[in-house]
Design a protein around this ligand. Structure first.
Ligand SMILES: NC(=O)C1=CN([C@@H]2O[C@H](COP(=O)(O)OP(=O)(O)OC[C@H]3O[C@@H](n4cnc5c(N)ncnc54)[C@H](OP(=O)(O)O)[C@@H]3O)[C@@H](O)[C@H]2O)C=CC1
Ligand SMILES: O=C(O)CCC(=O)C(=O)O
Ligand SMILES: [Mg+2]
Length: 417
C-alpha cells in the first residue's frame, strides 16, 4: 500500500489502548528516518546498539523490525525533487505509533520551513521532552556537572516557533503592518516599511496540556519541583499567560496551594507523600541560575523557543550536545530524536558522537516498556565513556582519551553492555 516504504515481512504494529497505554508485540515494526547531514553516520550505530541491547536482554524472544521511512534530502531522492515530507511518511509515523529520526536540515532565511517543526505540528507532538543528566567521566565546562539533573518539557506546537511570519517588504508584511497600525492603533513598530513580521500564538489549552504532562512526570518520577520558565514580564499575554495558566493548572488539577502568599505553590505527591514545589523563573535569570545553582531545578516546563535555547545550554553543561537525547510526544504517538542538528561539516565522515541518538533510542525502549534493554544501553554508554575511547567531542577535552570514530563508539557501547 506504500509507494516507497518497504514494510518488513515479519513483525507487527505497536497499538494504543483507549487509556493511551501501548500494546507492544515481541517483534514491533519501528519506522526510522535516517536524517540529513550526520544522520547517515549516527543512525547505523544507533540501530546496532539497540539490536544488541534487545538481543542481550531478551535472548532472541524480542527483536525490532526496522522500517526505513523518508523525510528531508533523502526523500527528495526517493520521491522526487520537491517532496521533502511525503504523506506516506506521516501516515507511517501515525500508524506505527513509535518511531525514531535523525536530524533534518533547515536552511536559514529562505528555503523550506523546518521539517522537524512540521513533523511535530502535523502529528501534534505537543511535548518535547529532553532529559539532561551527567555521565561520569564526561568532560564538562562546569565544576560539578553531576548537580545538573533536569528534564525539560518544551511546548512543541505553538509560540513564535510555529512559523507564522511574513518577509520584510512583502505584500503579506505590508498588509499585517497596515492592519496593526490602522485598525489596532499600534504605534510601536519602529521601522514599518522594512519590518519582517512574526506572530507568537500561546494558548491556555496548549499551556495546560504541556504543564499537565510536566507535573505528572514529576509525580511519577519522584521529582522535587517543577519550574515554569517564561519571559512574562515583557511578553505579558503570551509568556505571562503561560505562567499564569501553569500556576492555575497546578492549583486546579493537582491541588497545589500557595506558599507565603504565592505565586510559588506546593502539593503532596500522591504516590510518595513528598512535597512537590511548583515555581517560576524568568528565562534570562534562569539561564544564569542553571549554571550557578543547578541542583535547585528538576522538571522544567517552558515555551517552544525558550525550550530550544535551554536544551542546548543544559546539554553543554553536562558535556555537550553529543549526548543530549529527546522525545516528541502526543498522548498516543512518540517520535524520538536527538537534540542536536545535522552538523553538516562532519556529514559522512564517521566522526561525530552517536550518543544523543543512542540515548534517544534508550528513551524509546523505556517508553515501550523494554526496560531491561534500556538499562543495558545506559550501562554500555557508562562503560564506553569511562573506557576513554570516545569521539572527537569528548576526546578533545578528556585527559588521556583516545579518539575513535562514530561507528567505533557504537561498538564500544555494545562491548560494555
Ligand atoms: N531536530 C533537528 O533535526 C535539528 C535540526 N537542526 C538543523 O541542523 C542544521 C545544523 O544546525 P547547527 O546550528 O549547526 O547545529 P548542530 O546541532 O547541527 O551543530 C552545532 C555543533 O554542535 C556539535 N554537534 C552537533 N552534533 C554533534 C554530535 N553528534 N556529536 C558531537 N558534537 C555535535 C558540533 O560542535 P563542534 O563544531 O564544536 O564540533 C556542531 O558544530 C541546521 O539546518 C538546523 O536547522 C538543528 C537542531 C535540531
Ligand atoms: O528544526 C530545526 O531545524 C531546528 C530545531 C531545533 O533546534 C530543535 O528542535 O531543537
Ligand atoms: Mg535546538
Amino acid at each position: 500500500m506504500y509507494q516507497h516504504i518497504q514494510v518488513p515481512t515479519s513483525g507487527q504494529k505497536i497499538t494504543v489502548n483507549p487509556d493511551f497505554s501501548l500494546n507492544v508485540p515481541d517483534q514491533p515494526i519501528i519506522p526510522y528516518i535516517e536524517g540529513d547531514g550526520t544522520g547517515v553516520d549516527i543512525t547505523p550505530p544507533m540501530i546496532e546498539v539497540v539490536d544488541a541491547a534487545v538481543a542481550k536482554a531478551y535472548g532472541g524472544k524480542r527483536k525490532i523490525s526496522w522500517m526505513e521511512i523518508y523525510c528531508g534530502e533523502k526523500s527528495t531522492k526517493v520521491y522526487g525533487p520537491d517532496v521533502w515530507l511525503p504523506d506516506e511518511t506521516l501516515h507511517a509515523l501515525k500508524d506505527y505509533v513509535v518511531s525514531i529520526k535523525g536530524p533534518l536540515t533547515t536552511p536559514v532565511g529562505g528555503g523550506i520551513r523546518s521539517l522537524n517543526v512540521a513533523l511535530r505540528q502535523q502529528l501534534d507532538l505537543y511535548v518535547c521532552m529532553r532529559p539532561v543528566r551527567y555521565f561520569t567521566g564526561v568532560p564538562s565546562p562546569v565544576k560539578e556537572p553531576e548537580k545538573t539533573d533536569m528534564v525539560i518539557f518544551r511546548e512543541n506546537s505553538e509560540d513564535i516557533y510555529a512559523g507564522i511570519e511574513w518577509e520584510a517588504e512583502s505584500e503579506g508584511a505590508k498588509k499585517v503592518i497596515d492592519f496593526l497600525i490602522k485598525e489596532m492603533g499600534v504605534k510601536k513598530i519602529r521601522f514599518p516599511e522594512t519590518s519582517g513580521i512574526g506572530i507568537k500564538p500561546v494558548s491556555r489549552e496548549g499551556t495546560e496540556r504541556l504543564v499537565r504532562k510536566a507535573i505528572q512526570y514529576a509525580i511519577d518520577n519522584d521529582k522535587p519541583n517543577v519550574t515554569i520558565v517564561h519571559k512574562g514580564n515583557i511578553m505579558k499575554f503570551t509568556e505571562g499567560g503561560f505562567r499564569d495558566w501553569a500556576y492555575a493548572l497546578a492549583k486546579n488539577e493537582f491541588g497545589a496551594v500557595e506558599i507565603d502568599g504565592g505565586p510559588w505553590c506546593k502539593f503532596t505527591n500522591p504516590k510518595t507523600g513528598k512535597e512537590i514545589i511548583v515555581k517560576d523563573a524568568i528565562a534570562d535569570a534562569f539561564l544564569q541560575q542553571i549554571l550557578l545553582r543547578p541542583a535547585e531545578y528538576s522538571v522544567i516546563a517552558t515555551l517552544n523557543l525558550n525550550g530550544d535555547y535551554i536544551s542546548d545550554a543544559l546539554a553543554a553543561q553536562v558535556g555537550g550536545i553529543g549526548i543530549a537525547p529527546g522525545a516528541n510526544l502526543s498522548d498516543s504517538i512518540a517520535m524520538f530524536e536527538a537534540t542536536h542538528g545535522t552538523a553538516p561539516k562532519y556529514a559522512g565522515k564517521d566522526y561525530v558522537n552517536p550518543g544523543s541518538l543512542i540515548l534517544s533510542a534508550e528513551m524509546m525502549l523505556r517508553h515501550m516498556g523494554w526496560l531491561e534493554a534500556a538499562d543495558l544501553i545506559i550501562k554500555g554508554m557508562d562503560g564506553a565513556i569511562q573506557s576513554k575511547q570516545v569521539t572527537y567531542d569528548f576526546a578533545r577535552l578528556m585527559e588521556g582519551a583516545t579518539q575513535i570514530a562514530c561507528s567505533a563508539f557504537g561498538k564500544q557501547v555494545v562491548k560494555f553492555m
